[in-house]
Design a protein around this ligand. Structure first.
Ligand code: ZN
Length: 334
């Protein structure tokens, strides 16, 4: 059962190209991710699963393993179960997806080097819930400086930077009015793209969407925004977070509809909802823009980062921590 599903998924796997491949995973870990025995792993190698190193001690790219497991259809692999768990909210009623929600938001970046180099710069994106009908309260930036409210990012000459705030979000259900926009959304759904984990260098690659049928949140959003703009509809990509989905940085499209209002089109959540049994049907209705109360937008488009660190004159590996937890309820402030 598992072996057959993995073999089928291997036939359609978009393997990480050689120039981006990293042999970061050994056989024992590969078996855990794929939920298979050693014979099955050997069979997958015979059938073309990419690996480096000597027979019996191969090294795999963790993204290949993740994507293979996620699209195996077995329902038992670690990636499938993690997805099913983090997407449970898609079964929520429309009322639950729209209701006002308050969350405590914390984002932190720190230099990952043993000793931070000279002239360190740390940058964090700020949550901008007011862009989607919400509000930001109790913003605190550490180290503090005047003038932090209102911008899209905060920047400090520091090896660490942290932002905390209370984020108020609310959902919105809006009809898509422009027929061309509905057609673009329906056409995207009919492409039946596979969402995959990709190397950072390929995450914005729209060509992979059209040539290989695979997409990240970023490339799917870029593709859709590009289609909207080509049809004469003002559209931009947006990155942000999703309450309840840990440190996932998500991406979606904000498009101006024929009625002059901006609608959120979330191409990847529509894909995911197709795979979640019992998901709220509005999540994949091409006539409806359902902006859930879980979206926490930044002011940034795809291609930008929510957290960055530079020191000694170049971008440096950084530790990034994100937490978004339910806040104690209290009367709405204004
Ligand atoms: Zn540093």
């Amino acid at each position: 059962m598992t072996a057959a599903g993995l073999s089928r998924a291997l036939d359609t796997l978009f393997a990480v190209p050689p120039q981006h491949r990293v042999g970061d995973t050994d056989r024992a870990t590969a078996r855990q991710v794929l939920g298979c025995d050693d014979d099955t792993l050997s069979t997958l190698l015979d059938r073309g699963l990419q690996a480096s190193g000597p027979a019996g001690a191969e090294r795999f790219d963790s993204r290949d393993l993740f994507n293979l497991a996620l699209h195996s259809g077995t329902g038992t692999t670690v990636p499938e179960q993690a997805f099913a768990y983090s997407l449970r909210w898609m079964r929520s009623s429309t009322e639950q997806l729209l209701a006002p929600r308050a969350s405590r938001f914390a984002l932190r970046v720190a230099c990952a080097a043993d000793g931070c180099g000279p002239q360190p710069t740390s940058t964090l994106a700020l949550p901008r819930p007011e862009r989607l009908g919400g509000a930001l309260h109790d913003l605190s930036v550490e180290p503090a400086a005047p003038g932090d409210v209102g911008g899209d990012t905060v920047v400090r000459t520091a090896s660490e930077l942290a932002v905390t705030a209370t984020v108020h979000t609310r959902g919105e259900q809006a009809e898509l009015r422009c027929p061309e926009l509905r057609a673009i959304v329906a056409e995207f759904a009919a492409m039946r793209l596979r969402w995959v984990k990709l190397p950072a260098a390929l995450r914005n690659d729209v060509d992979l969407v059209t040539t290989h049928g695979v997409a990240s949140c970023d490339s799917a959003s870029r593709y859709l925004a590009r289609r909207c703009v080509a049809a004469g509809l003002p559209a931009v990509t947006r990155i942000g977070w999703v309450v309840g989905m840990l440190d996932l940085v998500h991406a979606w499209v904000e498009v101006e509809d024929a009625d002059g209002t901006t609608k959120v089109i979330d191409p990847v959540f529509a894909l995911f909802a197709a795979a979640v049994r019992g998901a709220n049907p509005l999540l994949r209705d091409p006539a409806v823009a359902l902006r859930t109360n879980r979206l926490v937008p930044t002011g940034l488009p795809t291609g930008q980062a929510v957290a960055e660190h530079r020191c000694a004159g170049e971008p440096t590996a950084a530790r990034i921590a994100t937490t978004i937890l339910p806040a104690p309820t209290r009367p709405e402030e204004s």
